[in-house]
Design a protein around this ligand. Sequence first.
Ligand code: SF4
Length: 410
Amino acid sequence: MDKVEDNKSEIKSEIKSEIKSEIKSEIKSDNKGDKKELKGLDSKLNYKPDKPFIYDYSLEQLQEWVKEQGEAAFRAGQIFDWLYVKRVGSFEEMSNLPKALREKLADAFAFVTLNEITKFQSKDGTVKFLFGLHDDHAIETVLMRHNYGNSVCVTTQVGCRIGCTFCASTLGGLKRNLTAGEIVAQVVQAQRMLDPENERVSSIVIMGSGEPFENYDNMMTFLRLMTHPKGLNIGQRHITVSTSGIVPNMYRFADENTQISLAISIHAPNDELRSKLMPVNRRFRFDEVMDACKYYIEKTGRRLTFEYALIGGVNDRPEHAEELGDLLQGMLCHVNLIPVNYVPERNYVRTPRDDIFEFQRILERKKINATIRREQGHDIAAACGQLRAKHTEEKEKRERLEKEKEAQAR
Ligand code: SF4
């Protein structure tokens, strides 16, 4: 009898694991169509500057280019060194290269020039930059100073089309993807600011404006450049990518098998509420996102971070914490609670302090590790995207007035 029971349970567990892997492959093949669609979308939104940006190029690509020019291979290493170690701002300054090669470089490539429109510095050292790009768009980058190192929060797109209801970055929609070099240049610029103090950028968070998984290829090129031992050499474990849950590219990222951390903006404990807060949830549903999270953990063995923006009276009640705790139980994960900034367009308010702690306590009672994000740069205000939104609004107003003036003069 015992043997029969043993056999039964063996068969049951075999069937279970077969079903599991079938579901997983179904999810993956279901998402294949989306993957194609996302690739198409990627390239439609890509920016083609008149000349390619030198920061878009990997060392290997530079080696190839140098070879095509009939130059010695070691020249590529020298160029890479000028870009990432000496961090010069022009080809002219690459003084150990022959003049002819410097001219060839200037003919073939452009430097990414991030024009600093404005910069705010907080009492705690946080610096928020508003940079102008070659085509006159503006982006935000933040440098955070911690006692354990310096971290840069980079932007990957001009605007964002994800539509999270608590975020200013999405208000004007999505304009375009940033090139890999434009993302790289944000870190290099922050590093230049630290150079006189002999400090270095030690970590990167891809959490600025935009959905990095909608600009996947450029984001991956950026990551490879940042972690290159001959470049800024930032350890993979010191980099975090945050996504709103673009499922096909979550699978792709898990399969890359890097040591880079992944954070998922979850912001709700169930499908219905998440759809209200994040329209992207109607495109990639809650359970699909959770399946992709489980796949990532299984594939990489890495702990996943769930980001949860607490919005007063909307998703911050004890029952939400209970539901979230039940959902995440047993998962290799961590919850980062983010008290949301006041969003005038939505009338969203901050969760009272005591309620934030209560939310955390409920999660911890359910054995879910939860932390409350330390706020930095509070005195320079402006949550993600607000600085750019204000700048764009003023620019459009100026342009409108100029047009009106011209029309009157005619
Ligand atoms: S939170 Fe991130 S994904 Fe959502 S709209 Fe803002 S920038 Fe886009």
